[in-house]
Design a protein around this ligand. Structure first.
Ligand SMILES: Cc1cc2nc3c(=O)[nH]c(=O)nc-3n(C[C@H](O)[C@H](O)[C@H](O)COP(=O)(O)OP(=O)(O)OC[C@H]3O[C@@H](n4cnc5c(N)ncnc54)[C@H](O)[C@@H]3O)c2cc1C
Ligand SMILES: *[C@@H]1O[C@H](CO)[C@@H](O)[C@H](O)[C@H]1NC(C)=O
Ligand SMILES: *[C@@H]1O[C@H](CO)[C@@H](O)[C@H](O)[C@H]1NC(C)=O
Ligand SMILES: *[C@@H]1O[C@H](CO)[C@@H](O)[C@H](O)[C@H]1NC(C)=O
Ligand SMILES: *[C@@H]1O[C@H](CO)[C@@H](O)[C@H](O)[C@H]1NC(C)=O
Ligand SMILES: *[C@@H]1O[C@H](CO)[C@@H](O)[C@H](O)[C@H]1NC(C)=O
Length: 343
């Protein structure tokens, strides 16, 4: 047997973190990323990129979900505290989560255990935004700007000897000759090549604005009905919406108007901001994120696949943790083949 050849199908945040994790755990292997969309063509680049898992985010067990979130936080936090943080687009951010509906909506047991600060807001803080908010939390977390993080990660991957191939894969069997193991990080694409009917798009739309007259917006704000205002190095992201099972990639003017109205109501000074651009993305939602190995019967052999997709609205938050888990399965499949080849 020659060098281990691993293909990573997909170059969104899940694919690139899987590829870099593979490199760090298998330094002598030949790792190749195969994808037909990169950087600003991916769903990942549309993400606001805030590290905040929703309680509906689900792995196979609560323990595994917690582990993914913790591993992801550690991964980004190591970058954040390094000299590369600005180039990689990873920084610390703090802000408020408000609700008029229920106290439980401002709690988050997954985050509370991990982030440096997560506390209930004071009465004064509840008045920071107009609208008579009833419940609130203040917390410190991380934001990862995929506009920087993806190109930075790909460059690091190439420097470490990784290969990148721009190609559309119609059938996974096309990769069987070139690779010993393939990791499936195709996001919503998995719906087509692997016909996973549990995978559903949840459409989202965001507006990016630059604050000329209100540079004091340094903290994020979340309100009810998927309303968020997230300041980043490249502007302030205003969102959002969630449309289940919609494939519409066009900017919808009614969504734009609703996003503006909700965000301006929360932070009125945003009305003076200069518009930069709007984007739409389809979150690859699956009731349970799929991270698991599979031996695919291709007629001649069992082709070794590790799945890593279905991260929904929380792919930036969970990608490095699921990558670590997927690479553990790569190791298992690889060592089982070494045993097999000795027989
Ligand atoms: C508006 C919006 C806001 C969001 N905000 C946040 C947030 O604040 N925090 C957070 O954690 N998450 C957020 N998300 C979610 C996040 O964007 C996704 O979970 C994440 O991008 C999924 O990453 P991925 O790598 O699985 O998919 P993608 O980024 O879609 O990448 C898929 C890759 O697979 C490749 N591919 C697919 N099929 C094929 C094929 N047949 N052949 C070759 N290549 C193929 C594509 O070319 C691409 O490179 C947001 C999403 C949206 C839409
Ligand atoms: C996407 O990136 C490419 C290459 O850097 C650039 O030419 C293009 O203008 C970008 N597209 C958008 C919409 O930003
Ligand atoms: C979590 O996601 C669900 C489903 O998208 C949504 O209804 C709920 O408001 C979200 N919770 C929070 C705290 O954002
Ligand atoms: C990938 O190939 C497609 C089709 O040939 C091309 O349009 C696209 O610009 C390429 N992307 C990159 C990042 O090279
Ligand atoms: C790694 O694999 C790719 C894809 O099969 C191949 O093109 C390349 O030559 C290989 N590189 C090395 C160093 O083995
Ligand atoms: C890749 O993901 C899809 C999702 O449905 C799954 O069906 C498929 O089995 C996975 N991999 C392969 C090689 O088929």
């Amino acid at each position: 047997m020659g060098v281990l050849r691993v293909g990573v199908l997909g170059a969104g945040v899940v694919g690139v973190t899987t590829a870099t994790e593979l490199q760090s755990q298998f330094p002598t292997a030949n790792i190749t990323i195969i994808a037909d969309k990169f950087n600003n063509e991916t769903t990942s680049e549309v993400a606001a990129g805030i590290f905040r898992p929703n309680l509906s985010f689900t792995g196979p067990t609560p323990e595994i979900t917690s582990q993914w979130i913790r591993d992801s936080y550690d991964y980004y936090d190591a970058i954040r505290s390094s000299e590369e943080s600005a180039r990689a687009g990873v920084s610390q951010i703090s802000g408020y989560l408000f609700s008029k509906v229920d106290e439980s909506l401002v709690k988050n047991h997954l985050l509370e255990k991990i982030v440096p600060v997560y506390r209930r807001t004071t009465k004064e803080e509840l008045k920071l935004c107009p609208g008579n908010w009833k419940y609130g939390s203040f917390f410190v977390t991380l934001v990862t700007e995929c506009t920087k993080f993806l190109p930075w990660s790909l460059a690091r991957f190439e420097q470490a000897g990784g290969k990148i191939v721009n190609k559309t894969i119609g059938n996974i069997k096309e990769l069987e000759q070139s690779f010993d193991i393939v990791v499936n990080c195709t996001g919503l694409g998995a719906k087509y090549i692997f016909s996973d009917h549990q995978l559903v798009p949840i459409r989202g739309q965001v507006i990016k604005v630059r604050i000329v007259h209100a540079p004091w917006i340094k903290t994020f704000f979340y309100g009810d009905s998927d309303t968020y205002i997230i300041p980043r190095s490249d502007g302030v992201i205003l969102g959002g919406c969630r449309h289940y099972d919609s494939y519409d990639m066009n900017i919808n003017k009614y969504d734009s108007a609703a996003i503006r109205e909700r965000c301006f109501k929360m932070v009125p000074s945003l009305q003076k901001a200069r518009f930069i651009r709007e984007s739409v993305g389809l979150r690859p939602h699956r009731s349970v994120v799929r991270v698991e190995p599979e031996l695919l019967d291709t007629g001649f052999t069992k082709f070794k696949i590790v799945h890593n997709y279905g991260h929904g609205g929380y792919g930036v938050t969970s990608a490095p943790g699921t990558a670590k888990h997927a690479v553990k399965y790569v190791r298992d499949l690889h060592s089982s083949s070494s045993v097999y080849s000795k027989l």
